[in-house]
Write a protein that binds this ligand. Structure first.
Ligand code: MN
Length: 331
């Protein structure tokens, strides 16, 4: 691996390595409503640790979506870990704050276990004892690849496939602003090393379940456009009619962001707990991270989100007000 600075060492990388090398039974946690980055990176690190003879456990509070549950090792995910579990390290993967473990992390662990954070969210509040955070990285797959390489494990075959799944999903098929020439070179190296590029494309991206396709129909029929902003709402009644669970990620943000006339995009989903889950997208040059941060969420410049209590109408109003502010900024 010649690209992506695989031999680059930072204090955070050194500390993360020390923790992982000293650990025999680490717990790796992926975030709720898991995406390809959190799952691919967690599985890649698990494979690397297994190759070192360690006994990692992996956890995610929600079931894996059908486009990720085929990845090598996916069946090993657990949905809960008891507080007194026999683990000796916790690794949080692809999450910007501790609440993103979805309750898997137990506060009592802070006394006895080190917490390593491996992430790329600009809004990450460095909540670990060790924080390997690369906000400029296209995906957590990049710092994760550095960790695995530094552990002495080759980035090939199943590990390469897991890292490809992470990179390709988080860049929406290599089309985000963060998809640099170095990222593209790294992708080609992973493919040369046995990573299943075509399989990942076919099985993660071009693999929308029928139910989700129907949901897209509802969301698109409710699509609205005002100067530069495309947005849609998904009321609870419509979700129930289509048998959609709250943890189903409909990926509406990415769908809406293809609307040619708009620079900013929002999807607002009514949830069963009385909150509204908002997903924002921005074209290159625009920024939605500050909006999410201001409303208690997080994310990236081009993709961010948050949840707010209140009616759909109220959250639409507050969200549109901030999106109009962003649109009005000089660009
Ligand atoms: Mn990510």
């Amino acid at each position: 691996m010649v690209t992506m600075g695989m031999t680059m060492t930072t204090p955070a990388l050194t500390q993360a390595l020390e923790c992982l090398q000293a650990s025999e039974r680490p717990l790796l946690i992926a975030h709720p409503r898991p995406d390809g980055d959190t799952i691919g990176c967690t599985l890649a690190l698990r494979l690397a640790l297994l190759a070192l003879g360690k006994a990692p456990r992996i956890a995610c509070v929600h079931p894996l979506p059908g486009n990720l549950d085929y990845l090598p090792g996916a069946a090993a995910f657990e949905v809960a870990i008891p507080e007194d579990a026999d683990i000796d390290l916790v690794v949080a993967v692809d999450m910007s704050d501790l609440s993103r473990t979805g309750g898997i992390y137990k506060p009592a662990w802070a006394e006895r276990l080190k917490l390593v954070v491996i992430d790329h969210h600009a809004t990450n509040d460095a909540f670990g004892d060790v924080n390997l955070i690369e906000p400029e990285a296209a995906a957590t797959a990049l710092p994760m690849a550095r960790v695995i390489h530094a552990l002495g494990i080759p980035l090939r075959d199943d590990i390469a496939t897991c890292l490809l799944a992470a990179l390709i999903t988080d860049t929406r098929g290599l089309r985000t602003e963060t998809t640099t020439p170095a990222v593209l070179r790294f992708v080609s190296e992973l493919v040369e090393a046995g990573g299943d590029y075509l399989g990942v494309m076919q099985r993660t991206l071009d693999a929308v379940p029928y139910k989700q396709m129907k949901a897209w129909g509802v969301a698109l029929s409710r699509l609205q456009l005002e100067t530069g902003i495309a947005w849609t709402t998904f009321p609870l009644a419509e979700k129930q009619a289509l048998d959609i669970e709250d943890h189903d990620d409909l990926d509406l943000g990415n769908l809406l962001s293809q609307t040619r006339e708009a620079q900013l995009f929002a999807s607002l989903l009514e949830m069963r707990d009385g909150t509204v889950k908002v997903s924002l997208r921005a074209r290159p040059g625009y920024d939605v991270a500050w909006i999410a941060k201001q409303l208690g969420g997080g994310g990236h410049t081009q993709a961010a989100g948050y949840s707010l209590p209140g009616s759909l109408d109220l959250v639409v109003r507050d969200t549109l007000a901030l999106l109009r502010q962003e649109l009005a900024r000089p660009h």
